[in-house]
Design a protein around this ligand. Sequence first.
Ligand code: 5GP
Ligand code: MN
Length: 344
Amino acid sequence: NCIFARMNSEDVKAIEALLSKPQKIAIVPHKNPDGDAIGSSLGLWHYLKAKGQEVRVIVPNDYPRFLKWMPGTNEVLNFERDNAAAVEYLNNADICFTLDFNHLGRVGQMTPILEGLKATFIMIDHHQAPDSYAQITYSDAKMSSTSEMVFNFISYMGDVEKISSEIADCLYAGIVTDTGSFKYSSTTSKTHRVVAELIDRGANSFKVQNVIFDTNTPDRLQLLGCALNNMVILEDYNTAYTTLSQEELNAHNYKKGDTEGFVNYSLTLQNIRFAVIFIENKEEGIIKISFRSEGSFSVNEFARNHFHGGGHTNAAGGRSESNMEDTIKYFKALLENYKDQLSK
Ligand code: 5GP
Ligand code: MN
């Protein structure tokens, strides 16, 4: 029954003991939650609810429209929008699951609240270099997604039979978004076995992919056109970058999530191993940056070392507090130090 799992058995026993009593449980994903953050959180939420626990998902801020079909989405507390209720729930929580991130800085404005909680922390995450804030850490950077790990967790609890079609749809959504529809190198045969099990348990793979990937708006496609037009290729560094200014975003009625996946287009160019998108956010006074690579060049290190960010070897994010022009200048100057790595 546990063929999918890779979790320390003492940790599993400790969690089983905790969950043998009624607990007040919070589930918290990272800021600007993506498909994996929301899918893993709601998948775990349905599972713990079915086990009779009091449980809520609390997101640091809003998430994109193309994720709001997920069962349970209407019961999610948004720390920005429902602040008082979220703070009260967190302060009284016995257990706090943190999903799809591994250092408390990743929850934005929620960081000081989480740092002060008396709750037992349980981390489930697939990013590199986890911090040690959690009493129980299930961390595996080889995993395709946190959603795959939530499946493993349920399997380790001996509860695969308890996976409902709601849980299956949520976890499927998380896996399909974080693997680029099973295409990225993090996708393993085990990922496919987990997904097969989810489909057997009621995940509607066609419906889920359709609602996530095939519900574009004309505005969003035209914004993509704008990003592709702005693309700059730096042949000597096998690098391509693109930009979107706040003005360009406004001109296309930008909504949260609209730029998801844009950075991947540059990476499909032959010989391009490093792709970057710089997106201006005037309200926060930052440039939000997404980094992608193919092969051994670690964008995790690059984002960590130069742009206050992090992530995975081939997908990471960060930010700059300078304006667009200065950010690009700084970025280009940095590339010189990586020329060997990028051209081999
Ligand atoms: P994206 O570029 O799609 O926003 O994020 C790519 C990956 O990098 C995701 O796994 C995401 O969790 C991570 N990531 C994005 N932004 C940040 C950041 O500011 N800090 C850290 N540590 N990770 C980030
Ligand atoms: Mn993830």
